[in-house]
Design a protein around this ligand. Structure first.
Ligand SMILES: [Zn+2]
Length: 302
């Protein structure tokens, strides 16, 4: 039996030959193959149509965070294949050169002086010490990231600044991990296939924050993006997006900020009766054409 509904895909970056410790990049050739494959199996669509019943299964392509390669690498490919994309932008990046904190953390750990075997994270009034270097950089990244994730983003940035100073190493994100500048965002938003969505001001893990802070970062991102592109911003994506990354207060804040939809990264297929403020998505990895085709078939079954 054919099962319809909308498959919403979540990408982050399209790039080649770069450090990718968090598995956020899809290579351009693979991205092009994905768009071809998905267009064959489903009708490319947008979030605005997700609640409208359809006889043909649909697919929606989304990007999270606001990396500059969405403009330079992903957009030309999506335009050439005629597939619309929605880009959820962390609005605070527009006024900052710091990039996203996990990219700074990647730089820091890659440039750890060889004699340094632990990291001391100043968190609140104490210093959390974590061992480093015993099972590789990915393990180090995971362990440090876990401790930083529940903090306010200003606290995370302060902790990274402190480590950078302690170790006397740079912590700027790699140039390829640059985020959208205001003029980049305008150019991206100017494409007829692009919808700009919001992704909070600071990419905080919402669940850990009080209701007021959640409301500020959610509605603030809508306001800042609307001012930047002079257009309504009607779609939202929860940072990180899994069950334990946001809560009912986050959903309430999204609803009262008058967004039309909100995407999670909880796996599934959106149907006409799915809660528009808890839309499921599928995370896409750097798969080749055949692997992507098999994934599409598997996703269809649940
Ligand atoms: Zn994100």
């Amino acid at each position: 039996m054919k099962r319809n509904g909308t498959l919403i895909l979540c990408y982050h970056r399209v790039a080649e030959g770069v450090e990718d410790p968090f598995y956020l990049c899809v290579r351009p050739a693979n991205f092009a193959a994905h768009l071809e494959e998905m267009s064959r199996a489903r009708e490319p669509s947008t979030l605005a149509e997700v609640s409208i019943p359809s006889r043909r299964p649909r697919v929606v392509v989304t990007f999270d965070d606001g990396y500059r390669d969405n403009l330079t690498n992903a957009l030309p490919i999506a335009e050439s294949k005629g597939v619309p994309i929605t880009v959820f932008v962390t609005s605070g990046i527009l006024a900052s050169h710091n990039g996203l904190w996990w990219d700074r953390l990647g730089t820091l750990l890659r440039s750890r002086p060889p004699h340094v075997r632990e990291i001391g994270l100043p968190i609140g009034s104490r210093t959390v010490r974590l061992p480093l270097g015993s099972s590789g950089i990915r393990a180090d990244l995971d362990s440090v990231r876990r401790h930083l994730l529940p903090l306010r983003v200003t606290e995370i940035e302060q902790a990274l600044d402190a480590v950078s100073e302690q170790w006397q190493v740079d912590s700027a994100p790699p140039p390829d991990a640059r985020t959208l500048a205001p003029k980049d965002l305008l150019q991206l938003a100017g494409s007829h296939i692009v919808t700009i969505g919001a992704h909070t001001v600071d990419h905080v893990r919402l669940r850990d924050r009080p209701a007021g802070e959640q409301q500020d970062t959610i509605s603030g991102s809508k306001r800042e993006l609307e001012q930047s592109i002079s257009r309504a911003v009607s779609h939202f994506a929860y940072p990180f997006g899994r069950h334990d990354d946001f809560d009912d207060r986050s959903v309430d804040a999204v609803r009262s900020a008058a967004f039309d939809t909100a995407c999670t990264t909880i796996p599934g297929t959106a149907r006409s009766r799915t809660d528009p403020y808890r839309l499921p998505r599928r995370l896409v990895m750097d798969w080749g054409r055949l692997r992507f085709r098999v994934q599409m078939q598997r996703w269809r079954l649940d």
